[in-house]
Design a protein around this ligand. Structure first.
Ligand code: HEC
Ligand code: HEC
Ligand code: HEC
Ligand code: HEC
Ligand code: HEC
Length: 186
C-alpha cells in the first residue's frame, strides 16, 4: 500500500505536522486558558454537598443574583448559621469559625472573571428566566466549581443573536441591541 510506504518513510514528519496543525486548531477553537479552570480554595467547599445533597437554594448564598450585576459570594456569617453546630469539630469548620470571630473574610478565588473591558449583569439574565446551569453548568453536582467550557465571547454573542431574532420582531419594542459591541464592552 502506498499509504503504508509513505508512513514508513515520513511517519515522524507526519506526526509532527499533525501535532502542529492539530495543536494550533485546538488553541484557536477553544480558549486554552479557560478550559476546565478550577482553582483550589482556602477550604474545600462542596456545592455537591450544599446545593446537591442538602438542596440549599443557590440564592440562600448568592443573594444578589436577581437584583444586581453580581451574584455575590456569601460571608462567613452565612456559613455559621449552620456550622455553629453542624460538623463544628472539623478543622475546616474551625477555620471558618476563626475567620468569623476575627472578622477576616475567607479569600475565595474567582472562577468566573471577565476582563475589565467586558460588561455583564446577572439581573437581566435572571429576569429573562435563564437557569444558573445554562451558564455555569450543573454546579450542584460539583465538589469543586469548574468553569463552563464555552465561556468565551462567541458564546455570549451566539445567545444574544438567537434572542435578537426573537426580540426584534416588529411590534416588540425591545430597544437593546444585543449584538452590538457597546452592549458588552466599555
Ligand atoms: C443550611 C446549612 C448549611 C450552610 C448555610 C452551610 N453549610 Fe456547610 N455543611 C452543612 C451540612 C449539613 C454539612 C454536612 C456535614 C456532615 O457531613 O457531617 C456541611 C458540610 C460542610 C463542610 C465539610 C465538613 C467537614 O467534614 O469538613 C464544609 C467544609 C462546609 N460545610 C463549609 C461551608 C461553608 C464555607 C459555608 C458557607 C459558605 C457553609 N458550609 C454553609 C450545612 C450547611
Ligand atoms: C451554602 C452556600 C452556597 C450555596 C447553597 C451555593 N453556593 Fe455557589 N458558592 C458558594 C461559595 C462559598 C463559593 C466560593 C467558593 C467556590 O468557588 O467554591 C461559591 C462559588 C460559586 C460559583 C463560582 C464563583 C466564582 O468565583 O466565579 C458559582 C458559579 C456558583 N457558586 C454557583 C452556584 C449555584 C448555581 C448554586 C445553586 C445550584 C450555588 N452556587 C449554591 C456558596 C454557595
Ligand atoms: C447568562 C449567563 C449567566 C447566568 C444565567 C448566570 N450567571 Fe453567574 N455569572 C455569569 C458570568 C458571565 C459571570 C462573570 C461575571 C464577571 O466576571 O463580572 C458570572 C459570575 C457568577 C458568580 C461569581 C461572583 C459574582 O458575583 O459575579 C457567581 C457566584 C454566580 N455567577 C452565580 C450564579 C447563580 C447562582 C446563578 C443563577 C441564579 C447565575 N450565576 C446565573 C453568567 C451567568
Ligand atoms: C443564554 C443566553 C445568553 C447568554 C449565554 C448571555 N446572554 Fe446576555 N442577554 C441575553 C438576553 C436575552 C438579554 C436581554 C435581556 C432583556 O433585556 O430582557 C441579555 C442582555 C445582556 C446585557 C444587558 C443589556 C442591557 O443593557 O439591558 C448585557 C450587558 C449582556 N447580556 C452581556 C452578556 C455577556 C457579556 C455574556 C457572556 C459572558 C452574556 N450576556 C451571555 C441572553 C444571554
Ligand atoms: C454579547 C456580548 C459581547 C458582544 C456583543 C461583543 N463582545 Fe467582545 N467580548 C465579550 C466578552 C465576554 C469578552 C471576553 C471573553 C474572554 O475573555 O474570553 C470579549 C472579548 C473581546 C475582545 C478581546 C479578546 C481578547 O483576547 O481579550 C475584543 C477585541 C472584542 N471582544 C471585540 C468585540 C467587538 C469589536 C465587538 C462588536 C463587533 C464585540 N466584541 C461584541 C463579549 C461581547
Amino acid at each position: 500500500m502506498v499509504i503504508q510506504r509513505i508512513l514508513k518513510k515520513h511517519g515522524i514528519k507526519l506526526l509532527f505536522l499533525f501535532l502542529i496543525f492539530g495543536g494550533g486548531a485546538y488553541l484557536l477553537g477553544t480558549d486554552a486558558k479557560y478550559v476546565g479552570y478550577s482553582p483550589d480554595q482556602p477550604i474545600p467547599f462542596s456545592h455537591k454537598i450544599h446545593a446537591g445533597e442538602l438542596q440549599i437554594d443557590c440564592q440562600f448564598c448568592h443573594a444578589n443574583v436577581e437584583k444586581s450585576a453580581q451574584a455575590g459570594i456569601p460571608d462567613t456569617a452565612t456559613c455559621m448559621k449552620c456550622h455553629e453546630s453542624v460538623a463544628s469539630d472539623s478543622p475546616n469548620i474551625q477555620f471558618i469559625r476563626q475567620s468569623y470571630s476575627q472578622g477576616i473574610p475567607l479569600r475565595w478565588r474567582k472562577v468566573y472573571d471577565l476582563p475589565d473591558h467586558a460588561r455583564f449583569t446577572h439581573k437581566v439574565h435572571i429576569a429573562r428566566g435563564f437557569e444558573c446551569s445554562r451558564c455555569h453548568g450543573e454546579v450542584q453536582n460539583m465538589d469543586k466549581v469548574e468553569l463552563h467550557p464555552d465561556f468565551t465571547m462567541g458564546w455570549c454573542v451566539n445567545c444574544h443573536r438567537e434572542n435578537t431574532m426573537q426580540t426584534e420582531k416588529p411590534g416588540n419594542n425591545n430597544s437593546v441591541h444585543l449584538t452590538e459591541c457597546g452592549t458588552c464592552h466599555y
